[in-house]
Design a protein. Structure first.
Length: 155
């Protein structure tokens, strides 16, 4: 995070060179160990730094420390519902500027949240195709402002 703004860090792009992905940290909030490891491996294979949280409490602690640039948030966690956690994360310093992407195996739940106007930047249906996940993450890192009506990605 940029210490001055508590928002996502800015990495200037020059001559078409991408920002250093190793400086970009993604928080993966997922209670399923296997899914967490697959998403982590996918993101790390592209050079991103990855933090893991298995529940909402851990996610709040990590995000509260200002240590991430994007959040991938499972909707079904053992201690809190994903939409509730989203609102808690958004209330943290800098939480309004960080892209938060919902992902779930329950496509109908993703669609319901989108229709209700939940403030996720994108909605991703599981199982997640690795290349599609990377494309969605990179798209949201390039445009970190929460979108008013994000798209539903069925992968």
């Amino acid at each position: 995070m940029d210490a001055a703004s508590n928002g996502p860090r800015s990495y200037p792009e020059t001559a078409g060179i991408e920002p250093n992905k190793a400086l970009v940290t993604i928080l993966v909030v997922e209670d399923n160990w296997v899914a967490r490891q697959i998403v982590k491996a996918t993101l790390e294979s592209r050079g991103y730094s990855v933090l893991l949280a298995a529940n909402g409490r851990s996610a709040m602690e990590i995000m509260g420390s200002g240590g991430c640039d994007l959040v991938l948030l499972d909707l079904m966690l053992p201690d809190v519902e994903g939409a509730t956690l989203l609102e808690r994360l958004r209330r943290l310093p800098g939480g309004e500027q960080i892209p938060i992407l919902a992902f779930s195996a329950f496509v109908s739940r993703l669609e319901d949240l989108r229709k209700m106007g939940a403030r996720f930047n994108a909605y991703i249906a599981k199982p997640v195709e690795p290349q599609a996940l990377i494309e969605i993450v990179e798209e949201n890192l390039r445009n970190p402002t929460p979108a008013p009506s994000p798209a539903l990605y069925v992968l």
